[in-house]
Design a protein around this ligand. Sequence first.
Ligand code: AMP
Length: 398
Amino acid sequence: MAYQLDSRNFSGKRVLVRVDFNVPLNEQMQVTDDTRIRAAAKTIKKIIGDGGKAILMSHLGRPKGGPEDKFSLRHIVPNVQSVLGVPVHFAEDCIGDKAASVVNAMKNGEVVLLENLRFYKEEEGGDEFFAGRIAENGDVYVNDAFGTAHRAHASTAVIAKFFPTDRLFGYLMEDEVQNIDRVLNSNQTPVTAIIGGSKVSSKIAIIDNLMDRVDNLIIGGGMAFTFIKAQKGKVGSSLVEEDKLDVALDLLVKAREKNVNLLLPTDALIADKFAADANTDSCGVGAIPDGWMGLDIGPASVESFKEVILRSKTILWNGPMGVFEMEAFAKGTIAVAEALAEATKNHGAFTLVGGGDSVAAVNQFGLAEQVSYVSTGGGAMLESLEGIELPGIAAIRK
Ligand code: AMP
């Protein structure tokens, strides 16, 4: 079965599209970042361009299982209209008569946005009866919500069974799946993964999965200190997860066994408090004085990480090298972002940035356009890197 949007023409069809329009709103209920709406535009335009009817459904925020005005998708209608360049009709419910009457009045090439799916607790509960009721709104189901693909909710996974031969991936979903596959199963070697961020505990499964897939594994950020301390380094008051010291040692052994070149920082930028105006210094990563903490990788680490990045053909980056939100501790993260951009430009390396803070970092440094792909899904991306087949993806392929 072909799951690709391009394999179909949607003329005259009611196409029910699960999008991720969970966008941030300010106090005046205005959208402050429309990235997620823009990310779904290509799929919606293909459907209406074919002369199909695009019925959009999404969640927004975390309502408590009933309607709440501040979580109404009505607020985002003007933004969806301006991104798509066509009028968008709004249905005050995602199921039942209120949805049906708006959907039934649609002409070919029109767009309807249904009200927030999470006004029903059955959405997150993955309720099959509820999924069936949403399914009544469409002839074809398209999932383009990569950001929620790791959730087995009614609209992201359970609903697929109501469309046994008419369920497809949207373009965004297809891109995300293909690009993650391109780094996890690459034959463009050397393959390098750069993992950073605060806690090793949240990245153990990822590091474990990457061991079988990469040549180089660079570990930076706060989590590196658990590895340094596990090897008897002095880390001062740097972030350490004491209960993960054994896990860190196991990962180091595993890397050796699997012939993975695992790089840890050799030096650190240290501070006498966790603050932008702290006194700073640099020192060996395992020789941090008491009362000081490592808040960024040091210059020697930057050079050794860069050297590996610049000779890699496939590169995955997740997690900052330091507390990049404070200018004083952003240098390591900036250097890694710039090295990725350089590898992409100089020798056509495939570079993927994914997962929360590294995405924020490339955006903040204005480098998002200079890497091959920036993933839109935080949790979904991380679970993919753990090697888990996401429920939203499995449901389409089943
Ligand atoms: P995570 O959510 O685990 O990906 O971690 C991202 C956060 O890690 C960012 O907010 C960074 O400020 C923080 N971080 C990175 N390096 C350090 C460090 N050396 N010490 C404390 N926090 C850090």
